[in-house]
Design a protein around this ligand. Structure first.
Ligand SMILES: Cc1cc2nc3c(=O)[nH]c(=O)nc-3n(C[C@H](O)[C@H](O)[C@H](O)COP(=O)(O)OP(=O)(O)OC[C@H]3O[C@@H](n4cnc5c(N)ncnc54)[C@H](O)[C@@H]3O)c2cc1C
Length: 509
């Protein structure tokens, strides 16, 4: 009697009840497959980090006495997709059962269910025991609502899980949300926290990946990969974040800097998304830091909101709305992605820096994603599907369940405002206020028109003009339309001509 338990590359949860006991009749199976490396073009570090973490996890299981069957990317008998490899393993072990943990991606969920339903042996999916919420919990909470407000979801979660509460279900400090205190630009002080992330030599693995013919982009950093690939490293990174960055996380959460790629962000998304860390322990560590007086409430609340609020909420949106959500395109945007999204070679200094950093580190923080690459794409009418594939490929933490709602819903308003109350767009003024890239930029942050005018400016107003029929009744955007109403015909024509000029030579911007 042998039961196969499939462990996916983003299910490296050592605390899962599967691993609580050693069972001689269970074989844990891991697969490095082209199906997963190739569904979009991935950043090299993403492939390296996932495979490294999978290999270390499998080794740890073996050391703990579990039976493991690991299929490497270069193995001759690797069929490079889950069903064919599972067929092979079921035959090899004469398996009497198959189990897997519920995948977080719709695509894999379907594939494994369909595969399992064709099997002659019992097969079942179990909970991944990772999230605060069940897949359908947000849907149940928002039953019948046409808009899902994250803030109300977040408050419900705070109460349900007893996080940052005092008295009878009241928020500590009296407020649920301290966002108003979290919008400062970073003046260079305090300095960035020390980067004590581990360094891994992955050159052999990189060789295997390349020999197998896997395509990728971005800097592999194979000799010095800086992502945590086991639980001990992930926990150390969490501790470092709490100690050095969390105290400043809130204030500078919305800042952008060419001097500091991460600012005070945690860099924990990879460890969380592959389940080396649990969201519960990360939230608990932040709350403990608050009770110990190690960081201000605004910082801690802001950080906890990202995990207990946003992360669980986007997962809820994903499971409620897939598969149709993937096709959302409210503005019917069709332009291809400018070529410099793949190279970072643009004269817009903010974007050159954010994209260059992403190619180098496979990481950009939230405001770089939302207010630089996302902002530009929305203003320029880029096809949201092309942009989604780009985000899904480039970031170390990109898994569709979390990337897709963030890209289509939050960043591109492609769902027509189901997630966001208004489109996240801005002129150069916002980018200048929150960052340090504009002053040395080839473009003039203050000009709307002319060869040197920052493209964000004309594209911003042109975006509102182009989409007036869809947006002008939105009360949260009233100000923009009131400003447009005050502009003269000549000004409006100038803006539109400038925007057309920018859109016509997008690759050269
Ligand atoms: C267009 C776009 C695409 C994105 N794609 C992804 C993605 O593929 N994977 C991903 O994990 N996050 C994604 N995000 C959310 C967010 O940008 C990243 O989680 C964050 O930048 C990761 O860096 P960090 O760990 O330093 O985060 P921190 O700023 O330190 O935040 C702490 C944690 O909170 C969680 N978190 C923060 N914001 C969000 C959010 N909006 N949605 C879900 N979780 C959040 C993450 O787990 C993160 O590690 C995206 C955001 C945008 C605007």
């Amino acid at each position: 009697m042998t039961v196969l338990r499939l462990v996916l590359g983003d299910q490296l949860n050592r605390c899962h009840s599967w691993f609580a006991e050693n069972r001689a009749d269970v074989v844990y199976v891991f697969m490095e497959v082209r199906q997963e490396t190739d569904y979009v073009l991935h950043h090299a570090q993403k492939i390296l980090a996932i495979f490294s973490a999978m290999r270390q996890f499998a080794e740890e299981l073996k050391l703990a006495g579990h039976r493991v069957d690991y299929c490497r990317i270069g193995d001759a008998d690797n069929c490079h997709n889950f069903p064919a490899n599972l067929d092979r393993l079921i035959a090899h072990y004469q398996a009497t059962g198959l189990q897997w943990q519920q995948p977080d991606e719709w695509r894999l969920d379907r594939q494994l269910y369909e595969y399992a339903s064709s099997l002659p042996i019992p097969a079942k999916a179990l909970d991944s025991e990772h999230f605060f919420t069940a897949r359908d919990e947000a849907q149940r909470l928002f039953q019948g609502k046409s808009r899902w407000l994250m803030e109300s979801f977040y408050r419900t979660m705070r109460v349900k899980h007893g996080v940052l509460l005092e008295g009878q279900g009241k928020p500590v400090g009296g407020l649920w949300n301290y966002d108003a205190e979290n919008r400062k630009a970073w003046p260079g002080i305090p300095p960035q926290p020390p980067d004590r992330r581990p360094t891994h030599d992955c050159r052999n693995l990189w060789e295997e990946i390349q020999t197998a013919g896997v395509r990728s982009f971005g800097n592999p950093q194979a000799g010095a990969l800086r992502w945590p690939v086991n639980r001990a490293e992930a926990l150390a990174q969490l501790n470092d974040f709490i100690e050095y960055s969390l105290p400043y996380f809130g204030q500078f959460q919305d800042a952008i800097s060419t001097q500091a790629p991460r600012l005070f962000h945690s860099l924990l998304s990879f460890a969380l998304n592959v389940k080396l860390l649990s969201p519960q322990e990360v939230v608990a560590a932040a709350e403990t830091a608050y009770r110990a007086g190690k960081a201000p409430l605004a910082a801690i609340e802001g950080f906890i909101r990202q995990i207990l609020g946003w992360r669980e909420y986007v997962r809820g949106v994903y499971w409620a709305k897939m598969p149709d959500y993937a096709g959302s395109n409210y503005f019917q945007a069709v332009r291809p992605l400018p070529t410099w999204y793949w190279t970072g070679k643009t004269n817009m200094r903010c974007l050159a820096f954010a994209i260059g950093q992403s190619l180098d580190m496979a990481y950009a923080h939230h405001i770089q994603r939302l207010m630089l690459t996302g902002n530009f794409a929305l203003l320029a009418g880029i096809d949201p599907q092309a942009l989604h594939e780009w985000y899904l490929g480039i970031y170390i933490d990109a898994f569709e369940w979390v990337e897709l709602p963030n890209t289509l819903g939050m960043s591109q308003f492609a769902d027509g405002g189901f997630m966001a109350t208004k489109p996240y767009v801005s002129t150069a003024a916002y980018i200048d206020r929150m960052g340090d890239s504009c002053r040395a930029c080839r473009y003039d942050r203050k000009a709307r028109i002319g060869e040197r005018a920052c493209p964000f400016n004309s594209l911003y107003w042109d975006f509102y003009l182009r989409h007036a029929s869809l947006l002008e009744r939105n009360p949260r955007i009233g100000m923009a339309y009131r400003q447009l109403a005050k502009m003269t015909e000549v000004e409006l024509n100038g803006i539109q001509t400038q925007a057309e000029y920018c859109l016509g030579r997008m690759d050269e911007l």
